[in-house]
Design a protein around this ligand. Structure first.
Ligand code: G4P
Length: 287
């Protein structure tokens, strides 16, 4: 569900997360492995108030594996624990309770030294809409939990979900908003489908995607649409539009008079890209 984020929603969402922080030991910050910066909330450090945090780069199955490795390294260098996952297949999920417990280690040791039986580590998943929060909760729970919907401001009764014997998860995730000020962030989110196309123009989104694919993923792009020659200059708008037209011709998007229907071509291109038909790609790299 698309959310219109207004300042009032942000304040409410933030307050809800901060209420939940009181109940938990560690935060699982979910980012999209293809765009970990653009899918990150700009105020996350302030919102989490120093709570121990595990960064999970989700949808790693769709991202460029080499770039994902670089991101993990980058976050580790920043002092964060980070891991990649594919919440829809369950790949990488086993690591999460183990790492969450690791983040809670000092407290567990303290409890043991006081003769107290250590309790399960309590965690909260946070992330922007569509990053895979519900899928991850279901994957960790090993069953389907009722969908919560992306409505900031909706309060629900909290429940703990047991993940094995060592972790408990709040059943409602913390919903965060992405960074809106930077237009490129909006385009990156739109390319992956995280922002609905009604908000940005589909041809503009496809133009942004094509420019990026020409620059970084020319070979799989060329192979998929049997494109002729590589554009000389990815900054040249005419060359990028010519590639979009070639994609449109390949997919039969021709209007009366023989002109390419760029809107239709853009929709097809984005659909194929999101479905992974052009292979794995990342839209941001740390280096
Ligand atoms: P949210 O709670 O954060 O809003 O996200 P949600 O779990 O609803 O996931 C959003 C979409 O992303 C879903 O697809 C979900 O299947 C997909 N998804 C989540 N995690 C992964 C992952 O690790 N890899 C891949 N490839 N996809 C993932 P959808 O098209 O909206 O729904 P559906 O096709 O699952 O029905």
């Amino acid at each position: 569900m698309a959310i219109q984020w207004f300042p009032g929603h942000m304040t409410k969402a933030r307050r809800q997360i901060q209420d939940k922080l009181k109940l938990i030991d560690v935060v699982i910050e979910l980012l999209d492995a293809r765009l970990p910066v653009s899918s990150r909330n700009p105020m996350i450090d302030e919102i989490l108030q120093g709570k121990p945090r595990l960064i999970v780069l989700n949808k790693a199955d769709l991202a460029d594996p080499l770039v994902t490795k670089q991101w993990i390294e980058h976050f580790k260098q920043e002092g964060h624990m980070a891991v990649e996952a594919d919440a829809s297949s369950g790949q990488g999920l086993k690591e999460i309770p183990r790492l969450a417990k690791e983040l809670f280690k000092d407290k567990i040791e303290k409890q043991i030294s006081k003769g107290i039986n250590p309790r399960a580590v309590r965690a909260l998943i946070v992330g922007i809409p569509n990053v895979g929060k519900s899928t991850l909760i279901n994957g960790l729970a090993g069953r389907k939990i009722a969908a919560t919907g992306d409505r900031p401001g909706v309060t629900k009764g909290q429940q703990w979900i047991k993940v094995g014997t060592e972790m408990e998860l709040l059943d409602t995730p913390g919903i965060l908003w992405p960074k809106f000020e930077d237009q490129n962030v909006g385009y990156r989110l739109a390319v992956t489908g995280a922002i609905k196309e009604e908000i940005l123009n589909v041809e503009d989104i496809a133009f942004f995607a094509v420019k990026y694919l020409v620059r970084y993923y020319w070979e799989p792009f060329q192979a998929r649409f049997e494109l002729a020659e590589e554009p000389q200059d990815y900054e040249d708008s005419d060359e990028i539009v010519a590639v979009m037209e070639a994609v449109g011709r390949k997919r039969g998007c021709i209007m009366s008079g023989g002109r390419v229907d760029l809107e239709k071509a853009s929709q097809i291109l984005l659909r194929e890209l999101r479905a992974g038909k052009l292979g794995r790609y990342s839209l941001e790299a740390p280096y």
